[in-house]
Design a protein around this ligand. Structure first.
Ligand SMILES: C[S@@+](CC[C@H](N)C(=O)[O-])C[C@H]1O[C@@H](n2cnc3c(N)ncnc32)[C@H](O)[C@@H]1O
Length: 217
């Protein structure tokens, strides 16, 4: 059975729901990332949100304090209804520098013309793909990020058994990331991590055309 992602977003609207709480953490971390991530040489910070949904994590934060002016954001979302909602929200918020692509964020080809970003959002991705795809996506992050760039990611734990966020954190450490923040409430299953690329390879490998980072299962 495939997930109805439009319906999934409705949980955000229930005050105090785990998703609403997770949103608050993601937005808090994003404010910090936008403040701390080094600017590009042109004085601009680029943000890429993969599997962006309706953009409700990123867009209101960009709208605060006119931050949208010095941030170029690209939201990539496969579902046309959700991507259209994100586009409409960006317009409502006066965020003219935001692009929303209705596109496959799992395909390396999607990123061929995308400049390296100071901030990558990978929220709601790692829990929906195979473990091998999590590894592949983490390994691809240095190709998507500028030196010192920051990734914000989420991963829920199951009711029982090991917490899969441990493996995500270990994998990020293996690929040159330092942990800036990790939020793991005891009364909720969501986890939110924020990691900075501190060991940037001199020649980070580009994403190979025709390959995939992940596929939702
Ligand atoms: C769990 S939701 C997360 C949405 C958003 N990032 C958030 O945290 O609110 C996963 C989203 O990924 C989208 N999606 C699934 N596969 C995708 C793909 N290959 N490329 C882009 N988006 C995809 C779904 O349509 C859905 O909106």
């Amino acid at each position: 059975m495939t997930t109805d992602w439009i319906r999934w977003h409705q949980d955000y609207d229930a005050p105090g729901s785990p998703l609403a709480r997770r949103l608050a953490v993601v937005q808090r971390d994003l404010r910090r990332a936008l403040a701390d991530a080094p600017c590009g040489e042109d004085g601009v910070r680029r943000l890429v949100s993969i599997c962006a949904g309706d953009g409700r994590d990123v867009l209101p934060v960009l709208a605060e304090h006119g931050r949208g002016r010095d941030v170029r954001a690209l939201l990539i979302e496969l579902d046309p209804t959700l991507s259209q909602r994100a586009r409409a929200r960006a317009v409502d918020l006066g965020l003219s520098e935001v692009e929303v692509w209705t596109a496959d964020a799992g395909a390396a080809d999607t990123y061929q013309q995308v400049q390296r970003a100071q901030v990558v959002m990978a929220c709601g991705v790692f829990g929906n793909v195979a473990v091998e795809d999590v590894r592949r996506t983490v390994a691809a992050l240095p190709a998507l990020l500028a030196p010192g760039g920051i990734v914000i990611w989420t991963r829920a734990r199951p009711d029982a058994g090991p917490d899969p966020s441990l493996k995500v954190r270990a994998c990020l450490a293996d690929h040159g990331f330092a942990e800036l923040a990790f939020t793991s409430p005891t009364d909720a299953r969501f986890r939110v991590g924020m990691h900075q690329l501190v060991e940037h390879p001199a020649h980070p490998p580009a994403l190979r055309p025709g390959t995939r980072l992940f596929t939702f299962v």
